[in-house]
Design a protein around this ligand. Sequence first.
Ligand code: AMP
Length: 498
Amino acid sequence: MSFFAELGLAEPILRALEAKGYNDPTPIQRQAIPALLEGRDLLGIAQTGTGKTAAFALPSLHRLAANPIERKPASCRMLILSPTRELAAQIADNIEGYAKYLKISVACVFGGVPISKQARRLVPGIDILVATPGRLLDLIDNRALTLGRTEIFVLDEADQMMDLGFIHALKRVANLLPKTRQSLFFSATMPKAIEDLGKQFIVNPVRVEVAPNSTTAERVEQYVTFVNQAEKQALLTLRIRNLLETKEMDRALVFTRTKHGADRVVRHLTSAGIEARAIHGNKSQAQRTAALDAFRQGSCPVLIATDIAARGIDVSGVSHVFNYELPNVPEQYVHRIGRTARAGADGIAMSFCAPDEKPYLKDIERLTRLKVDTMPLPENFMAEAAKLPAPSRKPAEEERDARHDARAQRGNGGRGGNGQSRGGGGGGQSHGGRAQGRDGRPRDVSPRQEQRDGERGNDRGPVRNPLGEGGDKPRTFRPRGGGAPGVGAHRNKVRRAS
Ligand code: AMP
């Protein structure tokens, strides 16, 4: 009898797991499922890729199915909050798979797409709703949803939520949930600020923690090449071209620190005849979905991503991860290279380290307790680099970049966000990263600023008090129908300006 059967999970769930070929639980599933079946709250320290979704979805499905109640309009029985659209869609997809043989409805809502269709889907009520915080609150403000009947609440990737400035949105959601409920709180890291946030959601939780970060790293072959920032692009192009020619690479994920950096890399690779797309918060939802689909299906072998956009994305067959810039938070490095070691597969991670990024490399090696092997520059690097075609330049785009860069350089000024850093910042990790300017010279950009700017994209993102500080006043915004048009128009203006 399988572990899942021994737990007494409902037969339709076991059938779905069999169809998926899950025989053994992952460590987090082994630890979490029994307690969740008993209805306990849970504090989970785990990253995506550990089987976390099934860990919370399977017992929840079991409990919802065991206690069928009539659906109430504009309500949900289970709410899962996720920081990014892609992760929300992925969670909903997974749950639909696990619920295939149950009469349980699943919906996913996020920004960047019309709200009306999502609101219509909620009219009869839904069993399981996966949402990003901004769109969730929009739907609530539109009276398309109430949370008063939520039985199970899951907050996923809490540290990422904090980094993205969703704190006020989360507190607001917490106030709208019924007092009696089951709550699950997951985070990849658990510094004090996150734990304190968790206390607002969970009561007497079981605590589960899986695989310390470094174990993922051990499965990945890792190399670092020391190279000047201005030469990184040529190095990337030559490496990818070579790996494609020798058929050593199936799919590569390239991480850049900034959205604009990601676009630049795409332009360079494309000019060199390498199919590449970017995924980040400045892209429309349609572009993000198309890029991810092309990458998943293999028609586009190279995907350039910023950290937030890529967090949690589960694409099999990623053979290589490139760190075009080293992350200044070492855990992020483990997240990134973990994209290539999913479900036990091994992969190769290549990092490009500019002179001013050496302290980041030290932090990474300290965290993973591994020494990253050095890979020298390719032979004849300078000569080969000189032969590469110049990228297509789009003047308007370059100009926009420059304006953005200037804003980023000024720091967080004018943006009333919370500048809380994961784990309270700390040491050398809290300063801004180095990104490449138009002229190829490195310059300072705050990664957190970049995240806040970028990943919100069309998703409205954190709810802010339009008047600036103080954060969490109920909003008067009533988009489309109902409410005074002037109020909505004002809100829209404020939102665009923020
Ligand atoms: P997650 O952390 O939920 O994103 O899961 C990571 C990957 O592991 C997904 O592709 C899941 O389909 C897969 N997975 C989850 N649980 C199991 C299991 N018990 N056996 C095999 N694969 C699993």
